[in-house]
Structure formats: structure tokens, C-alpha cells
Design a protein around this ligand. Structure first.
Ligand code: PGA
Length: 254
């Protein structure tokens, strides 16, 4: 994997426009002169343009929380990869578990979304995978991860320097207040890397993929994760809603 780590903030549906703008301004201030790592925030759709303006030429990039699998057409309510890049997005979260849970998004859709995102220059998908508690309890995690990766990425063509970020998010840890043990994350990341190696070959995996962890990361527990061998960064929800707390998370990772 590349050395450069990435930390992505997922603001979910937790902030309105005014609150989002306010937080984006604070982030800009906090990360002034920042370099050495890639940082991005993912506000809701209606805030993308405003946040993009605020973060222009700052050390913080812009991402979206979801995307549709066509570039344009009669798809009421949806937003395409091309539209996201027009709004200044460099990243987009694909297949977050909350969408899988509440909106019945499945890996067939996720596969199509990744494909559509990869057609657009300079837009990187942040693909979410991870087992739920039941699967974890019954020792099916490895199989679930393997299966999700196959469904999401089989047949995807990766050309040149196109990037894919894989976010391992054990569903039972998201928003729970407790992250999983770093050793467990390391194990899951190893399974993911082995599966990807098998699918794409080591060279492509090392050059084009990053594997990040998400699920109740805070400035306190992040320290246990930073030295893990197969960890290229974090997807941070709750702890990214406070600029100071998010700054601490980022500082710990660098
Ligand atoms: P959390 O969310 O950090 O609040 O657990 C992470 C995520 O859902 O991406």
C-alpha cells in the first residue's frame, strides 16, 4: 500500500446546512497549513457546494455520502458521479451500512455504483464492507468479507492510477461508542488484502487500493490502530462532528 494515510469524515444526516457550514469553517481553520496526509469531509448533498467553497485551497478535501450508478437520466432524487465532481467532490462513500440497512441498498447496486464512479476522472469510491453482529457471533466474518468484496468488485477494471478505498466497518461497532480491538481490525484487514490480492494481483492492490477502518473511532482509541500493518486510514463518524476532536484523531494517525 502507499504510505500516505487518509482520514475521511462522515457527517451523515447529523447537521443542517448552517451547522455544516459552521463546522466546515472550523475545519478549515484547524487544518490550516496541513500537509502529509489526505483529509476529506463528507457533508450532506445540499451542503456540498457551500462546503466546497469554504474548503477551496485548504488542506481538507470534499466527499459525498452516496451516489447513483448512472451519469444522467430519469432517476428522480438521485445524484450521479459526474454531478459530484462538478460540485468539487474527490471522494464518495459507496454502500454505507446505514444505506444497506435502511434503504435496502445491496452489493449489486454497490457494484454498479463503483463502476459508474470509476468512469469519472478524479473521483475515488470509498467502498464500505463489514459484517453485522450476528455474522460476527457465528464466526462468519471472513466469509462475509470475501463475499462482499467479490460482489462489489468482481469484473471492475482498474486502470492507471485509479484508486479505490475499502472501508472495513464492522456494523456492530458503528455508532456504538466502542471500536473493535485493533488486533481484530488487523485480522479483518488481512482477509481483505488477501482477497483483493487474489482478485486483482498484489501490484494493483499495493498501488491502487487503500484499506481503512471505521466504527466508533475517537481521539482516545485511535492510537491503538495507527501502527497496524494493513491500515491506511480511518472513516470517522461521530468524532468528526467536532473540529478539535477530529483534529486530534488526524494528528494521532500522522
Ligand atoms: P462512527 O461512524 O464513527 O460514528 O461509528 C462511522 C461510520 O459510520 O462511517
Amino acid at each position: 500500500m502507499e504510505d500516505k494515510k487518509i482520514i475521511i469524515a462522515n457527517w451523515k444526516m447529523k447537521l443542517g446546512l448552517a451547522e455544516t457550514v459552521d463546522l466546515a469553517k472550523k475545519m478549515k481553520e484547524k487544518f490550516k497549513g496541513f500537509s502529509g496526509s489526505e483529509i476529506a469531509v463528507c457533508p450532506n448533498f445540499i451542503s456540498l457546494l457551500e462546503v466546497g467553497k469554504i474548503l477551496k485551497d485548504s488542506g481538507v478535501g470534499l466527499g459525498a455520502q452516496d451516489v447513483f450508478w448512472e451519469q444522467d437520466g430519469a432517476y428522480t432524487g438521485e445524484i450521479s458521479p459526474r454531478h459530484l465532481t462538478e460540485a468539487g467532490c474527490k471522494y464518495v462513500i459507496v454502500g454505507h451500512s446505514e444505506r444497506r440497512r435502511y434503504l435496502m441498498v445491496n452489493y449489486e447496486m454497490i457494484h454498479k455504483e463503483i463502476k459508474a464512479v470509476m468512469q469519472v476522472e478524479d473521483l475515488t469510491p470509498v467502498v464500505c464492507i463489514g459484517e453485522n453482529w450476528e455474522e460476527r457471533k457465528t464466526d462468519r466474518r471472513d466469509y462475509v468479507l470475501y463475499d462482499q468484496l467479490q460482489q462489489a468488485l468482481s469484473g471492475i477494471d482498474i486502470v492507471g492510477n485509479q484508486k479505490i478505498i475499502l472501508a472495513y466497518e464492522p456494523i456492530w461497532a458503528i455508532g456504538s461508542g466502542t471500536a473493535i480491538e485493533p488486533s481484530e481490525a488487523e485480522y479483518a484487514h488481512k482477509i481483505i488484502k488477501l482477497t483483493l490480492n487474489n482478485m486483482f494481483g498484489m501490484k494493483i492492490v499495493n498501488n491502487n487500493f487503500k484499506i481503512i477502518y471505521g466504527g466508533s473511532i475517537t481521539s482516545e482509541n485511535v492510537k491503538g490502530f495507527v501502527d497496524l500493518e494493513n491500515l491506511d486510514g480511518m472513516l470517522v463518524g461521530g468524532a468528526s462532528l467536532d473540529a478539535e476532536e477530529f483534529y486530534k484523531v488526524v494528528k494521532a494517525v500522522l
